[in-house]
Structure formats: C-alpha cells, structure tokens
Design a protein. Sequence first.
Lengths: 205, 450
Amino acid sequence: MSSRKKTLLKVIILGDSGVGKTSLMQQFVNGKFSQQYKATIGADFLMKELVLDDKTVTMQLWDTAGQERFQSLGVAFYRGADCCVLVYDVTNPKSFENVSLWRDEFLVQANVKNPENFPFVVIGNKIDVDESKKLVSLKKAQQFCANLGNLPLFQTSAKEAVNIDQAFDVIARNALQQEENDEFQDEFNDAININLESENQGCAC
Amino acid sequence: MGASFSHLGLSNDVVSSVVSLPSSNTGKKSSSKSKNLQRWTSSGLSTPRDSEHYTDLDDDWDSNVENCLTSVNSQPKFIENKPTFEYPLIRKISSGVKSSTDDGALALYAPHILQEEESHKELEEMNAKLSRYHRFKHLVEESTVDMDKLKKMAWNGIPSELRPISWQLLVGYLPTNSNRREAQLHRKRQEYLGLIEQEFTKEKDAQTWHQIEIDIPRTNPRIKLYGFKSTQRSLERILYLWAVRHPASGYVQGINDLATPFYQTFLSAYIKDETDVTQFDPSTLPKDSIDAIEADTFWCLTKLLEGIQDNYIHAQPGIIRQVNELKDLVRRIDTELSNHLDDENVEFIQFSFRWMNCLLMREISMESTIRMWDTYLSEPNGFSEFHVYVCAAYLVKWSDELKKMDFQAIMMFLQDPPTKNWTEKDVELLLSEAFIWQSLYKNATAHLRG
Ligand SMILES: Nc1nc2c(ncn2[C@@H]2O[C@H](COP(=O)(O)OP(=O)(O)OP(=O)(O)O)[C@@H](O)[C@H]2O)c(=O)[nH]1
Ligand SMILES: [Mg+2]
C-alpha cells in the first residue's frame, strides 16, 4: 500500500554507555570501525538506504547516548520509531541486565500504541573478544529474548564486522512491517496535527 | 541573514556591516596556527619568558581595543577581515622546562630579524600585534589586575602566551592582587592533592569510575596529547574528584570535554617553545608540575561548572532552558528559518542539545574552542547565557542552506557542519555576531522569561 511513496523507517538504538552503539551504527552505515569515536551526547542521526526484496527504503537511525543522565531526553528521539534496537556488551553483565530497563523506558517514553507487538531487536556486541572475557552466555541471552516474546537476537562484532548486515536486515524488515501497520494511523495523526502559532511574538522591544 | 533591524531603530547598514560580512573574506585563507608558545612559571606568576612565534590575529583591533576601553560595553565589536598570517616575531633566546622556583623575571626579547620579502605593511601589522601583546602583558602584570580592563581586552582574544594566567584570573581562581597569588596557588594545589589522596585511597564509586574509564579514551581521540597515559591519568583524577564532590550532578558525559581546554592551556605554560602542546607527552614533566597543572585544571573546571550546574543535574534543566531560549531567539532573528524548521518537524532539542552539553566543542576545533573561551570568560555569564547567542549566530549562519533542505538533510548537515576547520577569524566573526544578537535581544528574552 505504500509502494509508491518513499518509505522512511525510523530506528532507534538504545543500550548502556560503551556497549558499542555508535560503533555498530558506523559499521552498518559506513562500513568501518574506528577507535576514535567520541561518546554520544544526546543522539546522533544517521541515514542509510537499503533494498529489501525489491523495495527501496530509507532508514533514519538515531544513535542515542547511553548514560542514564540523558534519559529524560528520550521523548524527542523515541517518538515515531518503527523499530527499537537494544544493545548490550557481552563482556558486561550489567549492560545485559539493563536491556529490559531500556525496553521499558522506551515503551513508556515513545508512547507506543501496541507495546506487545512493537518490534525490538536485541544485539549482544563485542563477540570478537577472548572467550574468557565473555560474561554473558548466548544461552542466557536466548532465554531472555524468548521470555520477552521471541525477540530476534544477534551476536555481533562492530569491530570485526560480524553479523552486522544480518542484524540490520532483520531490523529493517521489522521496521517496515511496523511502518506498514502504522501507516493508516500516522496519516490520521498528521491530519490533526495543527500547526500552533507561537505565543511569543511581538516583544522584540 | 534575513532579519530587519529597522524596528529597533538601527539602520540595517550598521547592522549588516557587522553581521553580514561576506563569507569569502572570513579567514578561509588562514590555516596556519600559532604554536602556543609562552609559558609562565609554575608558581603562577606571570613571566612570559620567551616566544618564537607570535600570531595573535587581531592586529587591526588595536585601535578598537582602545575604543573598547573607553566606550560602553554595549558597542558591537567590529571585526575587519584581513588575511591571517604567521610570522616568527620574537626570537626565542632561552628555552627549557620552566623551573618552579623561577618567578617573576621578565622575559628577554630579541628583535626579530625580518625576512626580506616581508613588506612594510606586514611590519606594521607585526608591530601592532607586538604592541598589543605588550599592553596585555602589562595589564596582567600589574600588582593589582584591573579586571574590567582585562575582560575588555580578553574579549577580543588573549595572546596564547598570556592565556594561562589570564584564564585563571578571569575564572576567579587567581587573586587579582599579585602578592596573594603564590600563597593562594600553593594552598589550592595542596588542597587538591589532599582531596585526591582522600578519594583515591577509599573504595571508588564503581558506576562513576566505569563511566569515566570508558570516556577517557574517547576524549579528543584525534589529538595526540589525549592519547598519552599521563594525560589520561590526570583527566581521570580531575573528573572523578569533581564527580564525587558534586553528587547532585555527578560525572556527566561532556564534562570530560570541558576539562580539556583548561588542561591543554595550563600545560602549555610548562613546555618548551618549539613543542606543540597537542603533541606533547606530559610524562616528561616533573611530578610537581603535573600536579600543579592538574590542580589548576580541577579548580578552574570547578569554577566554570559552578556557572552551569543546572546543565548536568537530573533532567538537565539548564540545557532545556538554553534550548528553549535558542528556539525563541531564532524565531526573532530569522523567522523564515524558524518556520522552515517547524515545517520540517525539526526540533531544536534534536540538534542543539549537544551544542549546550558540550558548549559547541563537538562542532569546532580545540583551537577555536580555546579562542571562544577567551570571550566566554570575559562575558558576565559567558557559558550560560552568551553561549545561547553564539548558538543562534551559529545556526543562522547556515540559514540559506538550511531553508532549502528537508528534515533529513537538515539533520545530516547539523550533525556534521562544515566548521571543524574554522579558523580564529571565523570564530571571532561568530562571537561578534553573537554579541550583536545579545545587545539586541537580551532584554527581550528576559522579558519573555519573566
Ligand atoms: N572489542 C570490541 N570493542 C568494541 C566493539 N564495539 C565497540 N567497541 C569499543 O567499545 C567502546 C565504546 O564504543 P561506542 O561505540 O562508543 O559505545 P556507545 O554504546 O556508542 O557508547 P555511548 O555513546 O557512551 O552511549 C569503544 O572503545 C569501542 O572501540 C566491538 O565489537 N568489539
Ligand atoms: Mg555512542
């Protein structure tokens, strides 16, 4: 039903600071890894065009900041998301525990219509590290995702470009599905979105 | 710029002559930068000692500086655009790491032997700079520094050699009375060491430490200085100590960025002239020098953050306020742009949050930031209020481009604006534009808030 229109998919990526969100995004969008990324402040915006089957879609990606202090910002970035990616670091159990907190936070702030059906994708990043450093087992993660309603799970390495395209393909497909489900509702919302005049005019005295 | 000032009783000519300088003249040519070259003693007394290059870029301002000193502060500061240049101006005659006991002796200068191709005009420019430098030096070497005068001069840029002492005076760390400085510095540096000792011998706050640990390698990763262990350990101590002493805020990402201009500037006072501070490994310095740099950085950062505490406490109300002020301001300055952003559903918080949280440090170079702070430190509320006007000037600079873009293009553009290679001239133009917006709109904004 939206084949004639340019399809925009809005994706948001969440997770603790340092799990590798920026590195994942850069690997996906620009195909490179660098040690020189700075910590994300607020959120960074990225874009990527993808062809899914025979459909071209534009992904708008919001790479958010992981530090808790920035969470109150959420609304500005979460609204209208078609898919939410939850990232943890396989070397950091705390970041894994926080995945469900990030999910809850997203559902509250994004004001999602059907929370049960909203697409999340879980990513365990940094699988390139030594086995001895991996502190979150795949099994544990699989169980966790199963309990949350069979969320897709990927084990990735942003550093060595492992599983990135596979993960983002699923992210894009989930987002597309969500976008198509939501389209009618969105158009309805747009129609009633009245452009309010500013109340702060005329006092440049 | 799209704004009309006639309703304010200002002729558009006057305003546009200041705010709409053709961008082709705004210093694109200038790329060479001064190596920060003067040092002052670790005892904190101002002793510009030797200098190889002197490249303050504001030679034309000398007369304006005089105007500034006599006229009211609300006069816009005019910046003329002249090509930037860099000459070895003062031949260095002594070098070496400054000893911490060496205080007060004035630098010795030897007249520079001019290269033959240098024109008479250039000679004049150099002389103007040199004279400005000497007047500046004279000012900070007074037994009691006249802070009003210092602010007026520093607003237009501080010669890099005199920056460490000037910043410490401006931020309120160093007493204006030179007799009291040594004792004060001694006390504050001891106090810092005591606090470090106290905090680092007990168990650390794990969450704070973890966050600082992952941010240190991500702090200015492209500048070599910040890759050295010694730098990283110093920043780590400074940030952790600040965080535990300010529990309402704690460590918030971005504060790491804010520590670095101080660190780098204060470090520059301790190293040899021919060494570029951004390439320098601080571990080659004696421990008491490192301790002093660290302590000074810590206290100056603390002073700066006092003025913008609201930016980093829960829900970051200071930043939210500034973002709203920016939005209001842009609506007044450039209604078309403001409407266009609205039409494209671009929210100010989406692109300007970082501008506030990191004081535009992510958008411009370290050198530009340092120049900007000369002005911020000279403004009454530079970091909390004037900064918003700077952000407005920064945004409307791209008005023509932005108005042709859709949401996506706007976000991509503002994400990576073409300002990373800005020169001192570009920054100075931005600051003078901001100054004008502030003079025009400050009361209006206050009125709004009230
Ligand atoms: N070994 C390894 N290190 C990684 C990988 N991905 C990221 N890192 C490293 O982890 C650290 C944090 O990476 P970022 O991508 O900046 O993390 P982030 O989640 O964006 O962090 P915030 O912006 O603070 O929320 C950096 O030092 C990266 O180099 C990976 O796949 N493997
Ligand atoms: Mg990041």
